[in-house]
Design a protein around this ligand. Structure first.
Ligand SMILES: [Zn+2]
Length: 207
């Protein structure tokens, strides 16, 4: 387990994983252009982030430079998330970070739907159909991990019964929240309560 797990940097090869990590509450920097290896190393070092990369050579460079780095070995997103879970990060949706810009999410006062707004870019998130799909995918991965832990020996740990979900669809304002978790209380809600009501009405109208 790593101590510095709250701050990540992913390279562009792991863009999709980066978005999923934001969905499960992690602070993830994603370069908005192609960074050189040197730039990635520098950014990780400067911002004290753990670099996630699928590039073995880059991972070795990181270690040589004393930068925290995790080599992701799996190609499919389900397998990548299993690797993340094994590092001690729970695979549960946790609306703290904007999937677009990584800005902190603020709870918006809404009676009908749990709703959040990005403090940085203003993007809105609320509980919708994609929430359940993503929950199901994470649940499936967790089940798979449990099964492999029980059987312990070389089961096909990457077989996912429900198939994969395209995380590119995550960007459509529909990620929602997990109402059973306490984490939303950490987001806070006082700053934009009055604005939130108007936003809430708009969302509720759509649903
Ligand atoms: Zn944002």
């Amino acid at each position: 387990m790593l101590e510095n797990m709250a701050f990540f940097l992913v390279d562009l090869m792991l863009l999709r994983l980066g978005r999923w990590l934001r969905l499960i509450g992690q602070d993830v920097a994603i370069p908005n252009r192609s960074f050189s290896d040197r730039e990635l190393l520098q950014k990780a070092k400067t911002e004290n982030r753990t670099l996630l990369t699928a590039d073995k050579r880059l991972a070795e460079e990181c270690r040589a430079a004393g930068v925290d780095c995790i080599l992701i070995k799996t190609f499919r997103i389900e397998g990548q998330l299993e690797e993340i879970e094994k590092l001690g990060i729970p695979l549960e949706l946790d609306p703290r970070r904007c999937t677009l810009c990584n800005g902190p999410l603020q709870k918006v006062d809404c009676q009908e739907l749990a709703t959040w707004q990005c403090e940085s870019c203003g993007k809105l998130y609320w509980k919708g159909s994609h929430w359940k799909k993503m929950e199901k995918m994470l649940e499936s991965i967790r089940d798979n991990i449990d099964k492999s832990n029980i059987n312990d020996h070389n089961i096909d740990v990457h077989s996912i019964e429900n198939g994969s979900i395209d995380s590119n669809n995550i960007n459509n304002n529909d990620i929602g929240s997990n109402t059973n978790r306490n984490t939303s209380s950490n987001i806070g809600s006082s700053a934009s309560r009055s604005a939130g009501r108007n936003i809430c009405n708009g969302i509720c109208d759509k649903n």
